[in-house]
Design a protein. Structure first.
Length: 329
């Protein structure tokens, strides 16, 4: 009987879905808008994201995932069900098999919550794999060999660091500092220095345009609009990339320290491999300017950003789905 195999990168910021034989078929924000009075779902994904910070009182725009795990089980289930219906994976001759990714170091209870949310959407089987492992596969690493591959996957809610060999994770760590933390750092910096209140979307725009974590070559500037905390009126200021570098330095160094801790726990033979092979960065957070230079200067090993960091995890699910027997234990 014909069945669809689906790979899902269930991210704090975005959900990406891969369908075997079709490739990546969906990439939408992890946001659901509901009517707070009736609890009726009004929008999911991109449409709901456009409502963030701009909704009337009775409309709530919710991010059901926090720090890489499910914060709101019911809303996550609604979101997944909506996305799976959107790609028309249900209603075929057989229920789909789903491979879903989660951060390393989450608890068994959190892993089961992710699995149950996927099962309740009508899946035939659900497999759960750790994100850094799948990201490494998606980045083109051959993790089956007896040599070390190291990956740093910086998503929206978590940064996962792992050293892999012989198809498994040898040493890993996961911290709740990632893309969303950078956004919060920018909001706090502007609030403290300029007494200006800005929203999540403005902070993200600043991060994408002039954000950096290593001294920039040129000091770029951009106008930022928000609400003056003193007068309560709208106000525009100019912010520079050097200021944003200062705002993000603390969080970036926390990632560096965690990477150092993982390297300190690594067997010597594998450490030698990392000196030769370097470290691969994946995830949307890896695109922030200067992160590769900061890691290289602190760790003294080669750093490479994956060819397609935003889609590494979901592309990894695609490769694993082509070899479903490897994960069907």
């Amino acid at each position: 009987m014909f069945t669809h195999d689906i790979g899902i990168d269930l991210g704090t910021a975005n959900v990406l879905i891969y369908v075997k034989g079709q490739g990546i078929v969906l990439n939408e924000p992890s946001v659901v808008a509901i009517d707070s009075d009736t609890k009726r779902v009004l929008a999911v994904g991109e449409e709901a994201r456009n409502m963030l910070g701009r909704t009337p009182g009775k409309v709530q725009a919710i991010r059901p995932l926090k720090d890489g795990v499910i914060a709101d089980f019911d809303i996550t289930e609604i979101m997944l069900d909506n996305f799976i219906k959107k790609i028309k994976a249900k209603g075929f001759l057989a229920k789909p098999r789903i491979l879903i990714c989660c951060p390393s170091n989450i608890t068994g209870v959190e892993k089961n919550a992710i699995k149950e949310a996927a099962e309740r959407t009508g899946a035939k089987r659900v497999f759960v794999e750790e994100e850094p492992k799948v990201a490494a596969v998606g980045a083109g690493m051959d993790i089956s060999l007896p040599r070390a591959n190291m990956v740093i996957d910086i998503g929206g809610g978590t940064t996962d660091i792992a050293i892999l060999s012989l198809g498994g994770i040898v040493t890993s760590s996961s911290i709740k500092i990632a893309g969303n933390t950078f956004d919060s750092d920018i909001m706090k910096y502007i609030k403290d220095k300029y007494k200006l209140l800005i929203g999540d979307r403005t902070a993200e725009e600043i991060k994408l345009r002039i954000g950096c974590v290593f001294k920039p070559k040129s000091n770029e500037a951009m106008p930022v609009r928000g609400r003056d905390l003193v007068t309560g009126l709208p106000k525009t200021i100019n912010i520079t990339s050097e200021e944003i570098c200062e705002a993000l330095k603390g969080s970036a160094m926390m990632i560096v320290h965690t990477v150092k801790n993982v390297l300190e726990q690594t067997p010597p033979e594998l450490s030698a491999d990392i000196v030769d092979n370097g470290i691969v960065l994946t995830g949307g957070g890896s695109l922030i300017k200067g992160l590769d230079k900061l890691l290289n200067s602190e760790l003294k090993v080669p750093i490479r950003i994956a060819d397609s960091p935003l889609t590494c995890v979901v592309e990894g699910t695609g490769i694993l789905l082509e070899n479903i027997n490897l994960i069907d234990k």
